[in-house]
Write a protein of this length. Structure first.
Lengths: 633, 204
């Protein structure tokens, strides 16, 4: 039965306001017509949202509260404990940041644990795929590689990495990858990260009542915590995944909701962690499974990624990606998804309710991420292949229950190029970053910008990402992307070499000579660590700290605490970062001044807030030109 | 004349007023026991979203003459002599809906109450019970930003009048008006831009 709330003209108008993703529009129309609730409807129902929370002036930590500060300065100026707006805002910010750092780092720990189990021969179906990277990391960690079995090396590497989470040596090994100048800044500021878990635990300690009242001190610890994520937890996630599943190489694949196949069993892999999904890829290739699929009348098994699990798979295996965060409900509304496999992070808690409107099943796989209404098939490395097969079988058996009358798959998937790990970029440049450094020095490329982060229904789906990327490449600024941002560009066709036509003359020339797109897909959100490694490599090549590089970051549509951590480690590493959604800090002028100005003197970079992509591109371009001038290039 | 005055620029959409009102009109006037109430108490004030993420707390303005009172065929809507508030006598309401149709603020909805088990005219009662005890209405008491102020309207206006004189003269002198702190003004301008880039109502 149709929902009579909107007529078809109104539905067209709403769809246009909500998304720029052409492939998502028909499914979004279906949700509106049929009254299937989506994130946009829930945003509407939440209006108006509380200003105390938006401004970061609400403190709900203890039972003397909850407290709030009057932003207009006539009402209460302090919480019951005595905390003022500066302190409450700073504690809230640190809280969000620590949650984000924990999310990335806990993901990282699981990958490293799987590496250990693999090396110990206990993980079913896993192998050490990239021995070159294994040896590189082993050398960094001081582990002997000469004439040793790869599993023995991997075991030592995994143990050494696991130790980094709680190390008592007061520093994290991968931090040493930063240029000396950058490390000196961290030492001077007192924000050199000591261990991954320690900084997060200390952050939790510091937001307790009565542990300091100095907002600056609290926020500086936030920067330290973020560094333990970017150069620690996230970087370990990236590197351990590369060792296990292979360091990404440049490859072609496809993006948007049109990657679903009408005549095949469609399985969506949604979440962030590649461990199980890599095994699902193997299971889907299993002849027994293929045969079973054919027996039910399907032409085969079609895997498609979603969010960062999708990014991990497309970077390494070229699996097509169906969309980013705001596509997750819409992909179900195509009526053509047999199973959506979820691991964790950014999965709407209501996703099983959405699936229940169709024949689709949601399968949760992580012990820490159970969802009511989902089938729970828990993943463990020692039984990974069996679990993966079981899920694929469930998808095949669900195929006959698909209602063909309700299936609406958008037509054309967009081609895209992905796989731009730092190693792949250097390889494309001929084995050294020098050509990139030369192009930057010569001014053909003015600088590089990392566009990262999420979707947020408050801004039209993908609009912020796409417009900012287009504006920047027009100005001859090379764009590197991860997460939802990269998927947005993929769907828009910006990840194709021919998109160089949209770039300025200098960037166009470089892209054409190398056959690469002007926007490079560097991976998932933990792979923002690859952007740090790229920055470190450029800094070392030019003999400067990262803060002196013509480089910037942007998160035009961010929503998550993970983005708070990413933005903070960008800034702490010396990368000027523009946020498209205001962070919850505007209740304190002092905190705003610190993060948008004061940090310049501490870490050589600041945050800026600018939702408008054109204005954001101008801020970034001005910053890059200033840095170029300072470098004398 | 005493009223709840709305300083719309100070409403940040926290909806404390809605909760405080529902709590005041619940059986035990206690937040924790509200969930056990049947029917659930309804707030007589509602905060809505306008353009550019601006908010407005809307409630019965207790007009005089009140269109709802004038049109009510059964005399269910009357004016309380002492407070001047417009009140619904629940047992006389025949749910014809005329009051809601003529209300200039759309401040009347229809709900069950503990006294009457049909959907009847329901609106803000100006907290006349609290006011008898010399207390201000629950919504104004709950508002921490000064968006809702209870008092004599002429006194409130005269203080606002003085504020406006200050603002205008400051403006002429080129001094930034100080009514809204700078950090909040920056925040509002960012939200305004955001509204223009997304699905929420905007000025553009």
């Amino acid at each position: 039965m149709d929902n009579t709330r909107y007529d078809s003209d109104k539905i067209k108008k709403i769809v246009k306001e909500r998304t720029t993703d052409e492939s998502a529009k028909s499914a979004l129309e279906i949700t509106l017509k049929k009254g299937i609730e989506t994130v946009w409807d829930r945003l509407e129902k939440q209006q108006p949202q509380c200003g105390f929370g938006e401004l970061g002036e609400c403190c709900n930590r203890c039972t003397m509260g909850p407290c709030r500060i009057d932003p207009f300065e006539d009402g209460p100026e302090r919480g019951v404990c005595g905390a003022d707006a500066d302190l409450i805002v700073a504690r809230n910010f640190l809280d969000d940041l620590a949650v984000g750092a924990a999310a990335h780092s806990d993901h990282g720990r699981e990958v490293v644990e799987t590496l250990y189990e693999t090396a110990a021969g206990k993980a079913q179906g896993y192998n050490i795929t990239d021995t070159e990277k294994l040896n590189t990391i082993a050398a960094e960690l001081g582990i002997e590689t000469n004439k040793r079995d790869k599993n023995k090396i991997a075991k030592d590497v995994a143990l050494a990495l696991l130790e980094e989470f709680g190390t008592i040596k007061n520093s994290i090994q991968f931090v040493e990858r930063a240029p000396e100048q950058t490390k000196k800044i961290w030492k001077t500021a007192g924000i050199y990260p000591r261990s991954v878990d320690r900084e997060i635990v200390e952050a939790m300690h510091r937001i307790h009542m009565g542990v300091g009242a100095d907002y600056v001190n609290i926020l500086l610890h936030g920067l330290r915590t973020s560094l333990s994520d970017g150069w620690g937890g996230s970087m370990m996630a990236t590197e351990a995944s590369d060792i296990l599943f292979g360091t990404p190489e440049i490859k072609e694949t496809q993006a948007n909701m049109g990657v679903l196949k009408e005549d095949m069993v469609n399985v969506i892999l949604h979440g962030h962690n590649p461990i199980l999904s890599e095994m699902v890829v193997v299971a889907a290739e299993d002849p027994e499974m293929k045969k079973l699929a054919e027996k039910t009348g399907a032409k085969g098994i079609n895997l498609a990624g979603m969010c960062c699990t999708g990014n991990e798979l497309l970077m390494r295996k070229g699996i097509p990606v169906a969309g980013n965060m705001l596509n997750q409900e819409l992909i179900l509304a195509t009526g053509a998804v047999e199973v959506m496999i979820i691991d964790y992070q950014c999965i709407f808690p209501s996703i099983a309710q959405t699936a229940a409107c169709f024949h689709s099943k949601v399968v949760s796989t992580s012990e820490k991420s159970k969802v009511p209404g989902a089938v729970h098939l828990e993943f463990h490395p020692e039984t990974a292949f069996e679990t993966a097969k079981q899920i694929i079988k469930m998808a095949i058996e669900n195929f006959p229950y698909r209602n063909p009358d309700r299936v609406k798959i958008p037509e054309k998937p967009m081609k895209m190029m992905a796989g731009f790990s730092v190693e792949a970029i250097v390889k494309a440049l001929g084995g050294t970053p020098k050509p990139l450094v030369d192009a930057i020095a010569a001014g053909k490329i003015r600088g590089a910008v990392g566009i990262v982060g999420c979707n947020n229904p408050k801004i039209k789906h993908d609009y912020g990402h796409i417009q900012l990327a287009k504006e920047l490449i027009k100005k001859d600024i090379l764009v590197v992307e991860t997460g939802c941002a990269a998927i947005a560009s993929g769907k828009e066709g910006l990840l194709l070499p021919k998109a160089a036509e949209l770039a300025g003359d200098g960037l166009k020339e470089v892209c054409k000579s190398l056959g690469i797109p002007p926007v490079l897909h560097m991976g998932s959100c933990v792979d923002c660590s690859r952007i740090l490694v790229l920055g470190a490599a450029l800094g070392k090549a030019l003999g400067v700290g990262i803060d002196q590089l013509p480089m910037a970051g942007a998160a035009p549509e961010w929503y998550s605490q993970k983005a708070v951590s990413i933005g903070s480690y960008f800034v702490a590493s010396g990368v000027f970062t523009v946020l498209g959604i205001p962070p919850k800090i505007f209740g304190s002028s002092n905190v705003i001044n610190l993060v948008t100005q004061g940090l310049e003197n501490v870490v050589g970079a600041t945050f800026a807030v600018e939702p408008d992509p054109v204005a954001a591109a101008n801020l970034i371009s001005d910053h890059i030109e200033k840095k170029r001038k300072n470098l004398g290039i | 004349m005493k009223t709840v005055f709305v300083n719309v620029e100070k409403c940040i959409g926290c909806r404390h007023c809605e909760i405080a009102c529902a709590k005041e009109h619940s059986n035990n006037k206690d937040l924790l026991s509200i969930l056990n109430d049947d029917p659930q108490p309804q707030p007589g004030i509602s905060v809505g979203l306008g353009i550019d993420f601006m908010k407005f707390p809307n409630r019965c303005r207790h007009c005089d003459p009140a269109p709802c009172q004038q049109i009510c065929p059964t005399g269910a809507i009357y004016r309380d002599e002492e407070s001047g508030s417009v009140i619904v006598k629940e047992t006389s309401c025949i749910s014809c809906g005329m009051c809601a149709m003529v209300c200039p603020f759309s401040a009347i909805t229809f709900h069950r109450t503990p006294a009457v088990n049909t959907l009847i005219s329901y609106k803000c009662d100006d907290c006349i019970e609290r006011r008898k005890d010399g207390r201000e209405p629950a919504c104004a008491e709950a508002c921490k930003t000064g968006a809702l102020i209870f008092g004599n309207i002429n006194e409130i206006i005269s203080s606002k009048k003085q504020d406006i004189v200050m603002e205008i003269t400051k403006d002429i002198k080129g001094i930034e008006p100080s009514e809204v702190p700078e950090n909040i003004r920056i925040f509002q301008s960012i939200k305004e831009k955001l509204a223009q880039l997304g699905p929420m109502p905007s000025s553009n």
